[in-house]
Design a protein around this ligand. Structure first.
Ligand SMILES: C[S@@+](CC[C@H](N)C(=O)[O-])C[C@H]1O[C@@H](n2cnc3c(N)ncnc32)[C@H](O)[C@@H]1O
Length: 413
């Protein structure tokens, strides 16, 4: 007769877990053990390169030989990750003798413990056992994971990062997350960014964030469109900072959703400082920046072996001769690598003329990528000498990234 398993959450921090086997199964099992802080002893004559890297980095102890019973001295748990069922049986016999739970990759029915299919959602871990059928467990786990992405948030506590850390008078203390939304395709937000977005009470969004992300917010979320805040750029930034601080101090979880990466020409640093000055905790979630994603979407690797050993990301929002410009365009002209120019369309003629005047060849390949990774993406290929004129003729408009360098043609067959 088979009884139901009894679920437990093992707190393995600092506790010895023995893994027998150094192949594909062990490679999959070990990271979660390390994540749980376990003191992992890996017993195997050989290791996969991934496990070898963990051993070399000192994250686990590797004993390069076959299992001997003494390996289980001091162990709380053993995972047998070998195909050879005779060898596995002898490990689990020793484990049973010593009353140590034993997970077996080769034979679930012979194991004294099963590993569940797991989905982690911030501080929440959901573990699913499929009655001995791992595929059933994974199917159920996947369904729960999808549901949690949307549902965990409404009560506003379970999925909130560090939910235990900040309560004021019984009320959840507010906080801010600066989240990079990626360059345009809504699927290019990070998993963490997406999760925080589903948990937000207030979302303060930039003009360039993918609209579809906002479409999926819960109806009760307050959406502040930061691009509609009046006044000049610096006044508007102060307003945004104030909104973040005020909402968070009122107890809300505020997601500041920014195009690309929050710290790449995104003024994320100023927002972080404003929150810090007001004592509001901030989580920063990096994003996929358009400076790399836009070239990639146009088939341009910003570095390519044998072509470019560096890439430089520069803002072109000020003309090269503008007194406030911080860019040494003359020095950039002397580089051989890739130049990625953001916010540079308006000043492109002056920028390209300056680069050429200081020595960059007018024949250098150049490209402009407009609205990269969206359904309206456009790509123009040209040369440094002609790109400014070609851009006007093609009527390209912001947002666009300009790429200069031999990598522009690197993948052209
Ligand atoms: C204020 S900067 C913000 C950059 C953003 N933080 C990032 O990491 O991508 C705005 C500029 O980024 C570039 N940009 C942003 N999204 C883009 C996209 N989808 N396609 C092309 N360029 C984009 C354009 O040069 C635009 O003028």
């Amino acid at each position: 007769m088979t009884s139901n398993p009894y679920p437990l959450g093992l707190r393995l921090h600092g506790r010895r877990v023995v893994v027998v086997g150094g192949g594909a199964v062990a490679t999959r099992r070990v990271p979660a053990l390390l994540d749980a802080g376990a003191d992992v002893l890996l017993v195997a004559p050989e290791l996969t390169p991934a496990l070898r890297a963990q051993a070399d980095a000192g994250r686990l102890h590797w004993v390069p030989r076959r299992f001997v019973p003494e390996d289980l001295d001091g162990a709380w748990l053993v995972q047998v990750a070998v195909d050879d069922s005779m060898a596995a049986a002898s490990v689990s016999a020793v484990a049973a003798e010593r009353r140590i739970f034993c997970v077996r990759a080769d034979d679930r029915t012979a194991a004294t413990a099963w590993t569940p299919a797991v989905t982690r959602h911030g501080p929440v871990t959901v573990a699913v056992l499929g009655g001995g059928d791992p595929r059933r467990a994974m199917t159920v786990r996947d369904a729960i994971r999808d549901l949690l992405a949307v549902r965990l948030a409404p009560d506003g506590s379970a999925g909130r990062p560090d939910a235990s850390s900040g309560t004021a008078g019984g009320r959840q203390a507010g906080r801010v997350a600066l989240v990079g939304a990626g360059p345009g395709d809504p699927e290019l937000i990070t998993v963490k960014g997406w999760r925080l977005l589903t948990e937000a009470d207030v979302v303060v969004a930039d003009r360039l964030v993918p609209g579809l992300l906002l479409d999926e917010l819960r109806p009760d979320v307050e959406l502040v469109d930061a691009s509609k805040i009046p006044y000049g750029p610096s006044r508007a930034q102060e307003e945004i900072n104030q909104i973040l601080v005020d909402r968070a101090l009122a107890g809300a979880f505020v997601v500041r959703l920014k195009g690309g990466d929050p710290y790449v020409f995104g003024r994320g640093g100023e927002e972080l400082l404003a929150c810090a000055a007001a004592g509001v905790p901030v989580t920063v979630v990096p994003g996929v920046t358009s400076s790399i994603a836009a070239p990639a979407a146009a088939g341009i690797p910003v570095t390519h072996r044998g072509v470019a050993h560096e890439f430089t990301v520069v803002s072109g929002h000020l003309a090269p001769d503008a007194p406030a410009s911080l860019v040494r365009w003359d020095a950039l002209a002397g580089l051989h690598g890739t130049l990625v120019i953001l916010m540079g369309l308006k000043n492109l003629a002056a920028i390209t003329a300056t680069l050429i005047a200081h020595g960059r060849s007018p024949q250098t390949p150049a490209a402009v990528v407009q609205e990269a990774t969206t359904g309206t993406q456009r790509v123009l290929r040209s040369t440094l000498g002609e790109v400014a004129a070609d851009l006007l003729a093609a009527e390209l408009r912001p947002p666009a990234v300009v790429v200069v360098g031999d990598v522009v043609d690197a993948l052209d067959g």
